[in-house]
Ligand binder design. Structure first.
Ligand code: GTP
Ligand code: SPV
Ligand code: MN
Length: 594
């Protein structure tokens, strides 16, 4: 299959350890894909969905304790513990290899070992990175075929001597007590065992394109970020590109596929999708910051997706889509909470495979969700109706603005603009967000998630802040940076802001600001929009509610300052001085001393 000696040796070596019945190279052909689907349907790893209503779609249920990334079992394995930093789990490389090897040993007996050569970024682009993933899961192979550019053409690109990230994955017995997700930045290697879920198992995604890539990016002078990328086209045809970092399940996919409200569409505004999860950022020869989406598919959250919230997503997931952990309806279609219409009364199975109907309760009277809250769809990027025609441009797209967004019931206002790059790095570094179903842990609890990268930065986070500051000095035309929160709530718990398509109004204010227009009010935390600086055409939204969205609760902010201080203290002397300075400056402004 390949003349790349290093690759052949590695695959042989891994096969000796895992002892599969057979090694199968993934070539990227339709024919091989069809055979794999047929095989997985035979063993019930997959269920074929209704081919009239959902052509080319398949369904998969994970093990019940394998429904989200397990950050507690995710490690950065560097010889020096300090290089992983306080926000990452660390394990010495020798110990990590040993422990995982024990689990991998013989774990593929009676199974196939699939070898998937893949490229993150367009094949052949000077910015792309090649990986090769070994796995014993057909479900993982099929996901990788969607999420990356995979197969023979990648081997051709790799040639006889090209280097690649070695990505070893095995389900083993899917026992959470024997699960490890290990990163070896010094060896350009990833070993993941014991999970078959998303970010734990599709190693091109968070493991390679963020954790390993962030290490490379720091050495090579670029950035690997947990960001969506979109383009806003103006009535005159000009397009502004924006990248946005939001923690998991906080709205990247939805914002990336935004459909303009009717009144704004009539004026000639359009939104183009470039990426929904990962952005690789580089300084271009023109001194601007350029963003590339290294992925080829979307792995999106299903619950909450419907034709009102995200019509583009609804249109793209009718074909060639892999559904994971949703409800399975009797006609072999799928359903999820806050999706389209109501599920049938009879014959539905929930994500665990048990009979289920809407409103079903457990022995304590709690409603049982039919779809796992982190259930997902996997779909090729090209199927998105709003996909930007230039999304595969190897250079990426030039950024006008960067957005940090998170989920806060009260503290953060709808939007504000950072004073400058250094202030923005402080705002990003101290971003708190309520935990979602995308990772294990107490839901709703606020945790710090700097630049939405807490679980994804492959090295010491203090050095990551330093890297952000340094990048700022290298970008001649720096994007302006904004902070948003679509999730502020009323006393009764309802969201104040309608969100989704209406978010375009906020993006337009940002772009205006970048062009030197758009009124604002200077506050201790940043520049806030005035009511009249927002285009309200087609939406009745009161001045009063707008005020509620932007109220700054000084007492709360001072409490937050104390938490920020505590959070930053863990980085000790490694924390850039600039952030301490920004912290003190905000404190003074909040206390009215500046
Ligand atoms: P990952 O794929 O985990 O990285 O998440 P993501 O950031 O792409 O999140 P996604 O867009 O899938 O949104 C997650 C949840 O937030 C979904 O249930 C959405 O319906 C909901 N959501 C997204 N945008 C908005 C918004 O503007 N307002 C409100 N209220 N909810 C939103
Ligand atoms: C996230 O959790 O941020 C995701 C899903 O995008 S996963 O691929 O599992 O990381
Ligand atoms: Mn994500």
């Amino acid at each position: 299959m390949t003349n790349n000696k290093e690759l052949r040796r590695w695959v042989e070596h891994m096969a000796r350890m895992c002892k599969p019945d057979k090694v199968v190279w993934i070539d990227g052909s339709e024919e091989q894909k069809r055979e794999l689907i047929a095989e997985a349907c035979r063993t019930e790893e997959l269920i074929e969905l209704n081919q009239e209503k959902l052509r080319g779609c398949i369904y998969h249920r994970t093990a019940v304790n394998d429904v989200a990334r397990t950050e507690g079992l995710t490690y950065i394995c560097t010889s020096n513990e300090e290089d992983a930093g306080t926000t990452n789990n660390w394990m010495a490389p020798e110990e990590a290899y040993d422990r995982a090897a024990q689990i991998f040993s013989g774990s593929m007996r009676g199974r196939m070992m699939y070898v998937i050569p893949f490229s993150m970024g367009p094949i052949g682009s000077e910015f792309s990175k090649i990986g090769v993933q070994i796995t014993d899961s057909i479900y993982v192979v099929l996901n990788m075929l969607v999420m990356t550019r995979a197969g023979k053409k990648v081997l051709e690109q790799l040639g006889t001597s090209g280097s690649f990230t070695r990505c070893l994955h095995g389900k083993a017995d899917l026992d959470i007590n024997r699960r490890l997700i290990l990163h070896f930045p010094q060896d350009n290697a990833i070993w993941s065992v014991g999970s078959g879920y998303g970010g734990n198992a599709l190693l091109g995604k968070k493991c390679l394109s963020l954790r390993i890539a962030s290490c490379l990016a720091r050495e090579e002078g670029w950035m690997a970020e947990h960001m969506l990328i979109l383009g806003v086209e103006h009535p005159d045809g000009q397009i502004d590109y924006i990248a946005g970092a939001f923690p998991s399940a906080c709205g990247k996919t939805n914002l990336a596929m935004l459909v303009p409200p009717e009144a704004l569409a009539k004026k000639g505004y359009k939104v183009w999708t470039v990426g929904d999860d990962i952005a690789w950022l580089r300084v271009g020869r023109d001194g601007r910051l350029w963003a590339l989406n290294p992925e080829a598919g979307f792995f999106g959250v299903a619950p909450g997706t419907n034709s009102k919230t995200n019509p583009n997503a609804m249109a793209m997931i009718r074909e060639n889509t892999i559904y994971t952990n949703t409800v399975l309806c009797p006609d072999r279609t799928v359903w999820w909470e806050d999706g389209e219409g109501l599920p049938p009364d009879e014959g539905c199975l929930d994500w665990t495979g048990r009979p289920w109907r809407l409103g079903k309760t457990d022995e304590h009277g709690h409603v049982i969700a039919g779809a796992q809250p982190n259930s997902r769809f996997t779909v090729p990027v090209g199927q998105c109706p709003s996909i930007a025609p230039n999304w595969q441009d190897p250079r990426g797209v030039p950024l006008t603005a960067i957005v940090f967004g998170s989920r806060r019931a009260r503290l953060a206002p709808l939007v504000y603009q950072c004073f400058n790059w250094q202030h923005a790095v402080y705002v990003g570094a101290t971003m708190g967000s309520e935990r979602t179903a995308a990772q294990y842990g107490k839901q709703g609890e606020v945790r710090f998630d700097p630049m939405a990268m807490l679980p994804f930065c492959g090295y010491n986070m203090a050095d990551y802040f330093r890297h952000w500051l340094e990048m700022g000095t290298r970008i001649l035309h720096r994007p302006k940076v904004f902070r948003v929160n679509w999730f502020r709530r009323e006393e009764n718990g309802d969201f104040i802001w309608p969100g989704y398509g209406e978010n375009l109004r906020i993006l337009l204010w940002m772009i205006n600001r970048c062009r030197g227009n758009g009124a604002s009010i200077k506050t201790p935390i940043g520049y806030l929009p005035t009511y009249d600086s927002i285009d309200w055409s087609g939406l009745e939204f009161s001045r009063h509610a707008f005020g509620d969205l932007h109220a700054i609760f000084t007492e709360d902010w001072l409490e937050e300052q104390a938490l920020n201080k505590q959070f930053l203290a863990q980085f000790g002397d490694r924390l850039p001085q600039e952030l301490r300075f920004e912290h003190a400056a905000r404190e003074r402004r909040l206390r009215g001393e500046d």
